[in-house]
Design a protein around this ligand. Structure first.
Ligand code: ZN
Ligand code: ZN
Length: 383
């Protein structure tokens, strides 16, 4: 008894509940509803979502073959078998089929599917060479993107996934709280960015996915990364950073800092942006549409005269990928549901001068929204 109790304590229950076996059944049902005979899922976030296996993307085929009728099989190159077996996929009770270097893995996949299968869903990020090889191995099957089926599942997070995102949010917040250690006049964006990237890992990520340090005029380019520009006194600096945690979930948060006193107009612009971002985060609740949420911030920014300088959508979903569904964008009538996780990140960009963006990750709850980034949203003036 005692041994068994100890054993169960050592079981990686956290990751198991993060990647429950029930997902395969849910994906199969969703595929059937979409009229697909099977899903073919290669390494990437979809495979990790379905099995917990963070597979290496190789030229050799690794693929979850999930027929609507019949047993799933995870095809892996023989040299990847130990890694697949050790991953949460090894505890799902599905067959892990290792193929030899001289086998044709596409023929093996086809053999696991009903003959004459008419429609298969391939994951949206499958390499073209693999898509084409499946086309040859399954000549009668029409290939469709599996993204519609899998994206709809992935955007409704379980409580365990929300907990993982909350942990990622806290980790990136700790980095923002330390920005004063690195950001000051006389240093280049690249030097500051390097320190921030190290801190992203030190504070609880396995890797830094991106580091944007947009000082002065560079802040007006939303996807600027870093440059050799030397930060000057009075510069507003957009710092947008994110990483991936050990669980596989992503963080993403933007704050704006000023190195010394920023220009007066920048303060006015920032106040407008802050009002818009707070109005949007306060408006998150079940039933509000993505386009309405976008419009709430856009109207405030436009009324203040900056409408033409808010040049991107309000936000993107986040989970096992940094950008996934749902997108918070004009034209999307998608109503929010509890469990959906996404960014609210309006921005105002004055070309050649400066820019600002404030970004939090939120989760829609039963009666509102929970912010997963909790550092202050005021302009931070650094000495
Ligand atoms: Zn973002
Ligand atoms: Zn961001």
């Amino acid at each position: 008894m005692r041994d068994r109790a100890m054993e169960s304590v050592q079981e990686p229950t956290a990751s198991e509940s993060l990647y429950p076996a029930s997902r395969l059944a849910a994906a199969r049902e969703a595929a059937a509803r979409a009229g697909l005979g099977a899903l073919l899922v290669s390494p990437g976030a979809d495979l990790r979502y379905l099995t917990g296996y963070e597979a290496m993307p190789l030229e050799r085929l690794t693929c979850l073959v999930l027929p609507v009728d019949g047993d799933p099989v995870l095809l892996v190159p023989k040299l990847e078998q130990p890694a697949a077996q050790a991953s949460p996929a090894g505890r799902l009770g599905i067959e892990i089929c290792a193929w030899d270097e001289t086998d044709d893995p596409y023929a093996l996949a086809a053999a696991h599917l009903p003959p004459g299968i008419a429609r298969v869903g391939v994951d949206n990020h499958m390499w073209a060479e693999k898509v084409m090889a499946f086309r040859a191995a399954l000549p009668n099957a029409r290939q469709e993107l599996a993204g519609g089926v899998l994206g709809a599942l992935r955007m409704r997070k379980t409580p365990q996934e929300v907990a993982a995102l909350r942990q990622a949010g806290a980790a990136i917040d700790r980095v923002h709280e330390r920005i004063a250690e690195w950001l000051r006049a006389g240093r280049t964006e690249r030097e500051v960015g390097r320190d921030i990237a190290d801190a992203i890992v030190a504070e609880g990520h396995v890797r830094a996915d991106f580091v944007i340090v947009g000082s002065g005029p560079n802040g007006a380019s939303p996807h600027h990364e870093v440059s050799d520009r030397v930060i000057e006194a009075g510069d507003p600096v957009v710092v947008d950073i994110g990483g991936t945690t050990r669980d596989g979930y992503c963080s993403d948060s933007t704050r704006v800092y000023a190195v010394g006193e920023p220009p007066e107009e920048f303060r006015r612009l920032y106040d407008v942006l802050r009002t818009a971002q707070i109005a949007q985060t306060d408006a998150v609740r079940p039933g509000i549409t993505a386009e309405r949420l976008d419009a709430i911030g856009r109207e405030i920014i436009a009324d203040a005269g900056y409408g033409e300088y808010f040049i991107h959508r309000t936000g993107h979903g986040i989970g096992l990928e940094g950008h996934e569904e749902p997108y918070i964008v004009a034209g999307s009538a998608l109503p929010l549901e509890p469990g959906m996780a996404f960014s609210i990140e309006p921005g105002i960009y004055l070309p050649g001068r400066y820019g600002a963006r404030i970004e939090d990750i939120l989760v829609c709850t039963d009666d509102g929204g929970e912010r997963l980034n909790l550092t202050g949203r005021d302009l931070v003036i650094l000495p």
